[in-house]
Design a protein around this ligand. Structure first.
Ligand code: F6R
Length: 248
């Protein structure tokens, strides 16, 4: 893992958006689709803001972009304001020229009966495109990437999981109380993420300092799933001063 540390998350996010824009444009010149793995939550908001600006002010086109989101709560209706479907449309998709059929977000409304096959199909669809060109990640205080909570297998694929208590605590405020936070989610696996050609993980603020230290300096273990990124040869952690403050 290679880390870069910035004074502000805003400045950092602008550079990450620029890297994504460069990949989109390079792929466009090759007449190929650009396959992006995307995250939700507070960490990527400014990256999406800058991508929207690049689209509106500098002509960046999303016509050749295909997206796969990491995760969605389960069960969850996409029209619900807490859904990751809603988040992605609000922060990115409604403001750029991506084709609706190129947007992939796990369906939090799939029936229990169809869930397992649905996850296998999601995984196969990523593979059919030749894998992810770029994967954007945040990190949870449990060490999750996507919703791969402690115990996740290094080769795991897209599947349903049970959220950790701490993850539900952290989500409680946006759900107006922990009792409203779903207990499960659908997530891309550690294996899915690790197959991406390029990975950028964003970490902002003091609340992430301890897990960032464990992830970068700790031993590789399913107890901190993000440590599996140490085995990926093209991963950068983009941090602000606070999130990097525990690093030696
Ligand atoms: C969301 C996701 C999660 C978040 C993580 C950090 O799609 O995959 O792993 O990235 O929970 O969330 P924030 O950015 O809100 O601190």
């Amino acid at each position: 893992i290679h880390n870069v540390i910035f004074d502000s998350s805003k400045e950092a996010s602008i550079l990450v958006a620029q890297e994504i824009a460069n990949i989109i444009q390079r792929k466009e010149e090759l007449n190929e689709p650009c396959i992006l793995g995307l995250a939700t939550g507070s960490s990527p908001i400014k990256v999406y803001e800058e991508l929207v600006r690049l689209h509106k002010e500098e002509g960046l086109s999303f016509e050749n972009v295909v997206t796969f989101n990491l995760d969605e709560y389960y069960p969850m209706d996409k029209k619900d304001i807490q859904s990751y479907w809603y988040f992605m449309h609000e922060h990115l998709f409604n403001h750029v020229n991506i084709l609706p059929q190129n947007i992939n977000i796990p369906d939090g409304n799939i029936s229990n009966e169809d869930l397992q096959q649905y996850c296998i199909d999601y995984e196969m669809k990523i593979k059919a495109y030749g894998g992810l060109d770029f994967q954007l990640l945040g990190i949870g205080r449990t060490g999750h990437i996507g919703f791969n909570e402690p115990g996740s297998h290094v080769n795991s694929g897209t599947r349903s999981i049970t959220l950790d208590h701490l993850t539900r605590v952290d989500a409680a405020s946006s759900f107006l109380g922990i009792d409203n936070v779903p207990r499960k989610a659908i997530t891309m696996g550690i294996g899915t993420v690790k197959h991406a050609k390029r990975i950028v993980l964003l970490g902002w603020g003091i609340s992430k300092a301890e897990i960032i230290k464990k992830t970068i300096e700790g031993e590789i273990s399913s107890r901190v799933p993000a440590t599996y990124l140490q085995q990926h040869n093209n991963t950068t952690f983009v941090l602000d001063t606070e999130a990097s403050s525990e690093l030696t």
